[in-house]
Design a protein. Structure first.
Length: 415
């Protein structure tokens, strides 16, 4: 049984009105006494809980820390993350024939992906815990963000990457920000198994999305989408379509909505339908949603051009699956060619994204074609990473270059 009920008594373990609760058995844990990632009793996932949940009136300022009242700390290790644009995409909107389509482009964060929202919180918590080495497994973006925020916090960073399966821009970021980069003979899931064991042995502080503090920062994607949509369209979206890897964002968005419901700022039937998209070659969440299962079966073999979501064991599934269900959402798998088509469509509307991000638009297109999304819906697609993260994929999806001589007539001849 998963227990995602908020509210109730503040436990004795709370510090400043903040504590950790196991979503599997309800056990409560002090947030900053010891380093803890999972329930000490049953090994379930932990989530951060508060004695009070804010409403929209409580927020002020700009970016992730606008939402400090919804976060465990008042300030983070910050490089001005968040406050990303919510774009209109007129061509895509016309193509898919839906009332309103917008794109929340998380590629516009400091390191070019949504990960910064989690790291600004997580790296600050690490400081408070007094750890001296930060670590993650990564398909690329997490490692880039951790390297950057670790550098800012002047703390050692160790990243484990699946050898040969991480896009060039991401490795370059981790390298320049000074992370120790280890290339593992295995996929992302194997990397996470190894780094989780290192963390369990006390060798490093784990900043993958299994870390409950990171997901608190990622909740602010939801808060921004709701505020921006209300401001720009007068309404909250009916649906949020997002790429799924470890299902951290899916879990974080659902937590965002649950907290607003608990605060009385949102009715339960106003929660946007969480709609997850995976690549066909790495779709264990989709399988679980489609088969109505409570648990995800790990895929040992995964492959997709969208390397960011080349993941077979979505660790946050126990938090995310109930969110998909409770919000009336769904999940869908798309092919690599559908992902590339969507990447090109986004580019035509002026939005440059990496392949995994385009999965959201590919999913919208497919669900619309299959009649699972209605034409009167207001939809937000989440694009999670910037085009320049994966320059090879962008170049392959784009047009060819033409060699010309260095004179105007020669150029005009070719044109
Ligand atoms: N999109 C991009 C661009 C990502 O980098 C990731 C995850 C996701 C989507 C999936 O998000 O895990 O919340 O479902 N990247 C991780 C990494 C795994 O290591 O960079 P999720």
């Amino acid at each position: 049984m998963v227990d995602l009920e908020l509210g109730g008594e503040t436990p004795a373990e709370a510090t400043d009105g903040v504590w950790l609760a196991c979503v599997a058995c309800g056990e409560t844990v002090a947030p900053y006494d010891d380093v803890v990632y999972r329930c000490p009793d049953c090994d379930g996932l932990l989530e951060v809980r508060y004695d009070e949940y804010p409403t929209f009136d409580d927020f002020e300022g700009v970016g992730v820390w606008r939402y400090a009242d919804a976060l465990p700390l008042n300030e983070g290790v910050s490089i001005r993350e968040g406050n990303t644009p919510l774009y209109t995409v007129p061509e895509i909107e016309a193509d898919v024939d839906v009332a309103d389509v917008r794109v929340k482009h998380e590629g516009m964060n400091p390191t070019g992906a949504f990960k910064d929202r989690g790291m600004t919180v997580g790296v600050k918590v690490a400081e408070r815990l007094g750890v001296d080495r930060l670590a993650c497994a990564s398909t690329g973006n997490t490692s880039a963000a951790l390297a950057c925020y670790g550098a800012r916090a002047d703390t050692e960073v160790l990243v484990l990457l699946p050898a040969g399966k991480v896009a060039a821009g991401k490795v370059a970021q981790a390298a320049l920000h000074g992370a120790r980069i280890l290339e593992v003979e295995g996929n992302f899931d194997a990397c996470l198994d190894v780094v989780a064991e290192l963390a369990a042995r006390g060798e490093a502080y784990l900043l993958n999305s299994i870390n409950p503090f990171r997901l608190e920062g990622q909740k602010t994607i939801g808060l921004e989408i709701l505020e921006q949509s209300k401001r720009e369209t007068g309404e909250w979206p009916d649906r949020i379509v997002l790429p799924v890897g470890n299902a951290g964002n899916t879990a974080a968005l659902y937590k965002c909505f649950r907290e607003l419901v608990e605060a009385g700022a949102m009715a339960e039937d106003e929660m946007p339908a969480l709609t997850g998209v995976q690549a066909e070659g790495a779709a264990p969440m989709v399988e679980a949603v489609r088969e109505g299962r409570e648990e995800v079966r790990r895929w040992e073999e995964v492959e997709t051009r969208a390397t960011a979501i080349r993941i077979g064991n979505p660790v946050n599934a126990p938090k995310a699956l109930p969110g998909v269900r409770a919000t009336g959402g769904t999940a869908v798998a798309v092919s690599d060619d559908e992902i590339t088509d969507a990447q090109r469509a986004l580019a035509r509307d002026g939005v440059g994204v990496e392949p995994a991000s385009a999965a959201s638009v590919a999913g919208l297109t497919k669900l619309r074609r299959e009649g699972e999304i209605d034409d009167d819906e207001q939809v937000v697609c989440l694009t999670t990473g910037h085009l320049l993260k994966d320059p090879d994929a962008a170049a392959a999806a784009g047009g060819d270059t033409t060699p010309v001589p260095a004179d105007a007539d020669g150029v005009l001849d070719v044109l």
